[in-house]
Design a protein around this ligand. Sequence first.
Ligand code: FES
Length: 186
Amino acid sequence: MVDENRRNTLKIFLGTTAALGAGMLATPLVASVIGSKAGYIKPEPSGAIPVEICKDVDSCPKDYGVSLDELRNGPVFKLLKVNTMAIPAVFGIVRAKDGKEYPVAYVAICTHFGCPVNVSGGKYLIGFNCPCHGSIFAICNDPNGCPDYNAAFLEMYVSGGPAPRSLRAIKVAVKDGVVYPLVAYI
Ligand code: FES
């Protein structure tokens, strides 16, 4: 069940996320090519381990969901418990060049050594930064501009620092104006 719900500018704590320990953090995550143009990652990235949070939106606990109205005020943190695992998740809205908005969610753990990451940006989610060794994650690292996103499952690229791969993504679905987490790719 959800224990916490914090706003974007707050530091994200991992106090109860011991289950996401070193072994899990060392596993391959997303098949991203760091430095490539912004784009989409496959729904089931090669090398990633899918962890089902909810089978579908109808069976998802209500308190796992975040309303789009709430997300329009800024990213939202939730601690999701899946069996013995605690997944710190940040939900947000990405705004594409054409003005369209897409809900997204990420596992808020740095892919370097597993520190909790902080959200960058304001109303719209644009990235994360890690206080431990300075890694920076960004929704778009294309100097020519982000593409016209058409998926709610977008890659959070490494745009600086030692992190070896993109931030872990969480596949989401929307029903009745509420965004639910379905699968975390860890
Ligand atoms: S743990 Fe995040 S940069 Fe090292």
